[in-house]
Ligand binder design. Structure first.
Ligand code: G3H
Ligand code: 13P
Ligand code: ZN
Length: 317
């Protein structure tokens, strides 16, 4: 059943975080639903602007609507990831999305507020929920590259003013994470001090952590053994998710780690089966591996095992 992120955040706040997973195709969608049901977790499906235009924006919508019927026990929200104003408005008017993210974080503070406010007004008028972003994460997203040194942590006083003026429903904060597979050259922990200060100023308000993939060393090693050429890099320590959740982080975004699973499965498959040219055998292996990966992430997030409680809280049978 499709619900709003607001409903999921109400159930999760202070206790655990909901996994927000980006999907682009049918195989990711099947693996995601299977993994979330196996781990009994509520979840958020994220669709980026790039994913919408990969084939046609209606394709993913059709796949997700079918998944809702194939997996009637699943409880999830459908969210636009890193939207610009035009894409947000398109999603708000589509009647499909539960929430949109307006990402004007690269703009000056006042401009970010003005753009976010326009999206919030349009979304709230139709019962949709909005996530905005303040601060600047490192890494690569939608072809924009921010160097480690140029990343800016969110200023807690600005976060408070931003939320009060825009009336946004959740806020993505830069607290030391980074997008993509090449996050940090050395190890880096989350800035819990910044998170604590934001929570003090915005008690009960849902926060979002982007760029939260762990880039497991073993996954990168296996990809490279199978012919890949990925650089060594450190990701986010998933053992920090639960502490972040107690400080108000209710949504944690993961995309890159899933892409690494896809890459490893396919590279290893074609090395082990050089005679194969059929897409279905590696596709099946990927769906199983992706479902296992999702279930393991949900354990780290604390969302595993919460499906029954969420359904009870929302009166879903
Ligand atoms: O943060 C961005 C997400 O990883 C989506 O990536 O824009 O390549 O689909 P994408
Ligand atoms: P990763 O690149 O760390 O998976 O982050 C994904 C993300 O933030 C999507 O919005
Ligand atoms: Zn992101």
């Amino acid at each position: 059943m499709i619900v709003t992120t607001k409903d999921l955040f109400k159930a999760a706040y202070g206790k655990y975080a909901i996994g927000a997973y980006n999907i682009n195709n049918l195989e990711q969608c099947m693996g995601l639903f299977r993994g979330c049901l196996a781990s009994q977790a509520p979840f958020i499906i994220q669709i980026s602007k790039g994913a919408r235009s990969y084939t046609n924006k209606l394709m993913l919508e059709g796949i997700i609507r079918s998944a809702e019927q194939v997996f009637p026990d699943a409880v999830f929200a459908v969210h636009l990831d890193h939207g610009d104003e035009e894409t947000c408005m398109d999603c708000i008017n589509s009647g499909f999305y539960s929430s949109v993210m307006i990402d004007a974080s690269s703009k000056p503070f006042e401009e970010n507020i003005a753009i976010t406010k326009r999206v919030v007004d349009a979304a709230h008028a139709k019962g949709l929920v909005v996530e905005a972003e303040l601060g600047q994460l490192g890494g690569v997203e939608e072809h924009v590259k921010v160097n480690e040194a140029d990343a800016k942590l969110t200023d807690p006083a600005q976060a408070e003013e931003f939320v009060k003026r825009t009336k946004v429903d959740s806020l993505a904060c830069a607290i030391g994470t980074s997008h993509g597979a090449f996050k940090f050259t050395g190890s880096q922990g989350l800035h819990f001090d910044v998170l604590e200060e934001i929570q003090k100023r915005l008690p009960g308000f849902p926060l979002v952590m982007h760029g939260s993939s762990s880039v497991p060393e073993d996954e990168v090693r296996r990809i490279n053994i199978a012919g890949g050429r990925l650089k060594d890099a450190k990701g986010v320590n998933a053992d920090e998710f639960k502490r972040a959740a107690t400080l108000g982080v209710t949504k944690i975004n993961i995309d890159t780690d899933g892409r690494l699973v896809w890459c490893r499965v396919h590279r290893e498959h074609f090395i082990l089966h050089p005679e194969n040219f059929d897409l279905r055998p590696p596709g099946k292996e990927f769906m199983t591996a992706y479902a296992d990966f999702i279930a393991a992430k949900n354990e780290k997030l604390g969302s595993a095992g919460q499906l029954g409680a969420v359904k009870a809280a929302m009166g879903i049978r």
